[in-house]
Design a protein around this ligand. Structure first.
Ligand SMILES: *[C@@H]1O[C@H](CO)[C@@H](O)[C@H](O)[C@H]1NC(C)=O
Ligand SMILES: *[C@@H]1O[C@H](CO)[C@@H](O)[C@H](O)[C@H]1NC(C)=O
Ligand SMILES: *[C@@H]1O[C@H](CO)[C@@H](O)[C@H](O)[C@H]1NC(C)=O
Length: 384
């Protein structure tokens, strides 16, 4: 099943109208008592956890092999004038775009950046780290990265800062009602852990796919529950995309243009089914919580399968990269070959979607139907 532009334009217009109404009425509420603090808090916060799909620069502050702080990364990122920010794409990540579309005034600041202090954190903080995973061992190959356990520890620090900024009772209210917690993680647990030929060969021999994905789910359950204990209530958790179809996997496995790697895809699908159940279970057991499942797998597969329909000219070749048939071996950097039609590529580099793809994905997460985002979309979650 495909999603069509015309369908969501109509919806968007209707929702835009409603949003305008709501914004007008919340502005009206603010005017009589309006001061700077109310304005800072009016639009809510976005706390972003995960991996390189949503890292906005944390890895710039780590000594790690997983970095995107060199050109041409960020070449289309308007806020920096095209200089690299540490985002692993040519422009905005899905997290940036969703925040922007929800009207949050600044992109969530990377936790490790020196300016992640003071009132800036009321718009949100980004803890995501390239190479990070659910499991601590994931991404060892990069030397340093922030795994999910550490990202939640860091939110615990932010949590206390928000108490200081707003006072305990307003802080709790702000976090429970006006903050969205997004988690985009899991790909590296496969790509840079389970599926690594040498480094984790022991784990792969001693663990079946089924017990490995169970391990991931059990750790994620703990991580989400810890966030809940810190007052997170509105969650959106992305499933793992079709990692068997990314240029890196296609290249190293010498596939044809329209083939995907079976094992990688099977692992992703197995994990995703368990994730969906986990979120239902958490929503039922943790009072007042809402867990939204973002079906990034089907969304990205739709873009890959029907790329021409969405205005792309290729869904197999990386725009920036080197090596093999799909430029899929060497990560994007100053010496990579760079395509000229960046908005016509689904993939920016061997692993990550382009900004053009991220915009389409973000629109569906924000306003799409339950095929891609369930049981409600992000606009509904915000107003929930
Ligand atoms: C913090 O600094 C980064 C660059 O290091 C910049 O991209 C971001 O916009 C700044 N955030 C805020 C809230 O000032
Ligand atoms: C993962 O590492 C962090 C920090 O090093 C530690 O606090 C945490 O307990 C570890 N988690 C597990 C499950 O070993
Ligand atoms: C947050 O940090 C405090 C110590 O400052 C600790 O007692 C508490 O268990 C932590 N909470 C979570 C959910 O990690």
């Amino acid at each position: 099943m495909a999603f069509s532009y015309s369908h969501f334009d109509v919806n968007r217009r209707r929702i835009n109208f409603m949003t305008t109404l709501m914004m007008v009425s919340s502005l009206l509420c603010l005017i009589p008592i309006g001061n700077a603090d109310d304005n800072d808090k009016a639009l809510g916060a976005s706390f972003i956890f995960g991996d390189s799909l949503v890292d906005a620069g944390n890895n710039n502050y780590l000594s790690t092999l997983s970095k995107a702080d060199t050109t041409p990364n960020g070449i289309d990122f308007k806020a920096s004038g095209g200089t690299p920010t540490g985002r692993f794409t040519n422009g905005r990540t899905i997290g940036d775009i969703v925040g922007e579309m929800m009207g949050i005034p600044t992109y969530a600041t990377p936790f490790l950046a020196p300016n992640a202090t003071g009132k800036a954190i009321l718009s949100g903080v980004n803890y995501a780290s390239g190479g990070g995973g659910i499991l601590n061992a994931t991404g060892r190959i990069f030397v340093n990265r922030l795994g999910m356990d550490v990202q939640v520890d860091y939110f615990n620090i932010t949590r206390k800062q928000i108490d200081q900024l707003l006072g305990a009772s307003s802080a709790r209210d702000y976090i429970q009602k006006k903050s969205i917690f997004s988690v985009t993680v899991g790909s590296n647990d496969f790509l840079n852990n389970y599926l690594l030929p040498v480094i984790s060969i022991g784990a792969r021999i001693s663990q079946t796919a089924d017990s490995f994905t169970d391990d991931m789910i059990n750790h994620l359950r703990d991580q989400l529950t810890r966030l809940y204990r810190l007052d997170a209530r509105k969650f959106v958790v992305a499933n793992v995309g079709p990692i068997g179809c990314i240029p890196y996997q296609k290249t190293i496995n010498q596939l044809n243009e329209n083939e995907c790697v079976d094992l990688a895809d099977k692992l992703a699908r197995q994990y995703n089914a368990k994730l969906k159940d986990l979120l239902v279970q958490l929503g039922e057991t943790l009072p007042e919580s809402t867990f939204v499942y973002a079906n990034v797998y089907d969304l990205v597969l739709e873009l890959i399968t029907n790329y021409r329909k969405y205005g792309f000219s290729t869904a197999s070749r990386a725009c920036c990269g080197n090596g093999g048939q799909f430029a899929g071996i060497i990560p994007c950097g100053p010496s990579s070959s760079l395509c000229t039609d960046r908005d016509k590529h689904v993939f920016w580099d061997p692993y990550h979607p382009s900004e053009a793809a991220n915009v389409l994905l973000a629109k569906q997460l924000l306003d799409g139907d339950t095929k891609y985002i369930s049981p409600m979309n992000l606009r509904q979650l915000r107003n929930h």
